[in-house]
Each structure stands twice: as structure tokens, then as C-alpha cells.
Design a protein around this ligand. Sequence first.
Ligand code: SF4
Length: 260
Amino acid sequence: MCYKHQFYGIASHRCVQLTPTLRCNQRCRFCWRSFEHEIPEEVECPPETILAGIHKLQKKALAGYNAVLDNTVTEERWQEALDPKHVAISLSGEPTLYRQLPELIDLFNENEYTTFLVSNGTNPDVLARCHPYQVYVSLDAPDEETYLSLCRPLDNYWEQVQESLALLGSRRSAVRITLVKGLNDFAPEQYAALLQESGPMFVEVKGYMYLGYSRKRLVRENMPEHKQVRSFAEKIATACEYRIKDENILSRVVCLEREI
Ligand code: SF4
């Protein structure tokens, strides 16, 4: 079970990590994926094809886990995992660049999957047309200048990110802050002001992990320890109407929830 089970009750073993497009319009320095090997062309799958492939591809992704049937991977849990009920639309690339995202999410809803949509917030118009169970928007900087230097967008989308944040107050929603030591772990009161204006139900303050291709752009010392993540989350909470809901030390993440 991952921390989304702990925070939101999601049955992680029945969750499919899904990427409808590998393209992205940012080049975040902390991103674990590769910009160095960009796929030049991409053919978009229709939503029906994606839905039809879920069971088969999830089984392929899980291959091997059944070999270690023990107290963690019980037969019952293994069988449940082969019948996923939840889709996390994230992983690699920016999903709002997939042209049929609203239709894809509607199709999942019709087929009784719960959906998490994770977006960098650069396409508020698309986000407004999407109706997932829970929507995430990333806020990785307290100000425009830091956003431009850390997330390195292909255009300046700071205004669009603010528009996306403004959509969250009336929805089941979360803001994700990836905290990178020495690069965006300052001005908690500015993060707090942006969160207060946006009003998401939850805020996840999560420590950057020195993984994948991000190791070419950052150093291990950019990873904050959990106590630093916790301390920064407390400072944010003190400056706005949020309180600490929970934390997961292993994933270096603290969850805040809106007080009212
Ligand atoms: S927005 Fe997400 S996928 Fe795109 S570069 Fe940043 S972390 Fe990576």
C-alpha cells in the first residue's frame, strides 16, 4: 500500500498508474523522467483503446509478484490486484496534453473506476472540463521567478497555473508541493497565501527524491529529510487555514487538510 491508501483510503494494489501522453511542456529539474530521449512523434490512443488495455497491461506490470505469495502478497490481494478499480493518471508526461482527456476520464467514471488526475496546471481550460474523483495540481514554487528556473516551462505558464489553482476550491482536490532542498524550500508564507486563495481540500508537501534522470540535474543533497519536510509543512499550515492531517515518513510526505 502506498501513502495514498493511508491518506485517502485508496486500495493501492488495485491502482493502475496510467500515462495517456509522454509529452510535457515543462522540464522540471526534479523530474525523474528523461527529456534527453524525447519521443519525436506520438500517436494518440482513443479512450476506448486505453480502457480495453487496462487489465492486460496491469497483469503484465504485476508479473512476478504472485511468485512471492506471503503475508504481504496474499492470494486474495493478488487476485484483487488483477482486477483494478482505480486509475492514477500521472506517472510520466503531462496528461492535459492528451487531447481526449475529459472523454477518457468520463469513460473511466462510466465504468466505475475512481480516478486521480495529476497535472502541472498549465492547461486550466482542459482541467475545467475534466471530472476525476480527485484532481491534483502541482505548485512547485512560491513565486514566478522560482517557477521559471525550477520547472523550466516551454512558455511562461505561471498565470495558467494560478488559474488551475483557482479551480480547486469547489472540488475534491489536492495541491502537490515537491520540496527541493535549496531550490524552493523558502517563503512558506507565500505558498500559504497561494493555497489560501486556491482552497484545495488537501495539500501534499513531499520531499524530492534523488531518482532517475533527475540525478543528472540535481545532487543527493537536494533531497530534504522527512523532518525538514514536516517542519516546512508546519510553517505553511501556521500561515493559512490548514492543519496537519497525516504524514508518511518513508515517502517523506506530509498531508495538510483545509480546516473549513
Ligand atoms: S510537469 Fe511533471 S512530467 Fe512534466 S517535467 Fe515536471 S515533473 Fe516531469
